[in-house]
Ligand binder design. Structure first.
Ligand code: FES
Ligand code: FES
Length: 223
């Protein structure tokens, strides 16, 4: 009987110990939950702090420039005039794409790839390295302003015919660079062609067919 009492006491002790453990765990979980609820309420009550532009991958135009004051500027793009209020740190690349000129490609945003090239008053520039304010009053021409699918520019046609277009991402920038080259030098050598497009990265073609396409335009003009 005494032995059975001992087992019963042990069971009772174990049960009490288990309950105590459970109560302690429940208390810990309760504290964590209360902490979470309190922090959620604090966050809801706190004023909204705008996220800095630099850490947003593709920020909304309204967030670009933080508290800097916008200025009304005039951009003439492919012959069409736009008046837009932009903050000083908006690049020409972002302004163009926000206005719908998505043929201007956004590759690197740091001047490495040439995908964003446009003609600014006839000169090829990387629009990611130009502030929109710097283009105030200037004439901007994008690849789509040179030619369209229905009415391609001879450079676009020659690149397509030569097989120099694969995925096509680099092509608007290459068309712009080639146009700037041929405008200032109608008879460039192969070396000059390669130099003119050296700022345009193409991950597909190996450049040979692109250079071939540009050479075809020169040859057809000289015939
Ligand atoms: S996006 Fe401008 S050079 Fe790459
Ligand atoms: S054709 Fe694909 S990057 Fe040039």
């Amino acid at each position: 009987m005494g032995k059975i009492d001992g087992f019963q006491q042990l069971d009772a002790w174990q049960e009490a110990h288990a309950q105590k453990e459970l109560l302690a765990q429940a208390e810990t979980v309760g504290k964590i939950l209360n902490g979470l609820i309190a922090s959620t309420e604090r966050r809801r009550a706190a004023p909204l702090i705008p996220t800095p532009y630099s850490i947003l991958p593709n920020p909304h135009p309204l967030l670009r420039g933080g508290n800097m004051q916008p200025k009304l500027i005039t951009l003439t793009i492919n012959g069409r005039t736009h008046q837009v209020a932009l903050r000083p740190n908006v690049t020409l690349l972002h302004a163009l794409r926000d206005l719908g000129y998505t043929d201007v490609k956004n590759g690197c945003e740091k001047g490495d790839c040439g995908a964003c090239a446009v003609l600014l008053n006839g000169r090829a520039v990387n629009s990611c390295l130009v502030l929109a304010w710097q283009a105030d009053g200037a004439e901007i021409t994008t690849a789509a302003g040179l030619g369209t699918v229905d009415r391609p520019h001879p450079i676009q046609e020659a690149l397509a015919d030569s097989g120099g277009v694969q995925c096509g991402f680099c092509i608007p920038g290459i068309v712009v660079s080639a146009k700037a080259l041929l405008d200032r030098n109608p008879n460039p050598t192969e070396e000059e062609i390669r130099e003119a497009i050296s700022g345009n990265l193409c991950r597909c073609t190996g450049y040979t067919l692109i250079v071939e396409g540009i050479r075809r335009i020169i040859e057809s003009k000289n015939q």
